[in-house]
Design a protein around this ligand. Structure first.
Ligand code: CMP
Length: 134
């Protein structure tokens, strides 16, 4: 077990629905520390950079449009196994299949609009957090 950092992003649908506080509370209750926090508006360029791993995918343009459609809240969290534990807490990508008790499972039904993003590896955390926090 190692202390790690990861990035979570409350996406435009989660922010618009005023779920930010409830979502951040879950991570605090779990024991993670908030190391950095930013209200942020993705430009199209920054969104393309953030999601560059998906650039060949057929849904790439939808993804970029969606994440840049309104404000997000990005947060760097620190704690034991931060990358894998936050991924467990957010649930699977398709919110309509996500288990109850997970963030996507409790708060949404969408696919592209799936409320929250969390880095899937320490390498993704470094790359993604640089896009948002510089
Ligand atoms: P996220 O965890 O932010 O990582 C990539 C995102 O792409 C994912 O959440 C979804 O929002 C989106 N996504 C993945 N697969 C598809 C798909 N097949 N169609 C539309 N959106 C997708």
């Amino acid at each position: 077990m190692a202390v790690e950092q990861t990035l979570i992003v409350v996406k435009p649908d989660g922010f618009r629905r005023s779920l930010t506080g409830r979502i951040l509370a879950r991570f605090e209750e779990k024991g993670f520390s908030i190391k950095n926090l930013r209200h942020y508006n993705f430009t199209k360029d920054k969104a393309q950079e953030f999601y560059s791993v998906h650039k060949e995918k057929p849904f790439f343009n939808d993804l970029v449009s969606f994440i840049s459609s309104g404000p997000v809240v990005a947060c760097i969290l620190e704690g034991n196994n931060a990358v894998s534990t936050t991924r467990l807490m957010i649930g699977v990508t398709k919110s309509f299949e996500a288990a109850p008790g997970t963030i996507r499972g409790d708060f949404g039904l969408g696919f592209t609009d799936n409320i929250i993003h969390a880095s899937d590896s320490p390498e993704s955390f470094i790359k993604e957090s640089r896009v948002i926090f510089g």
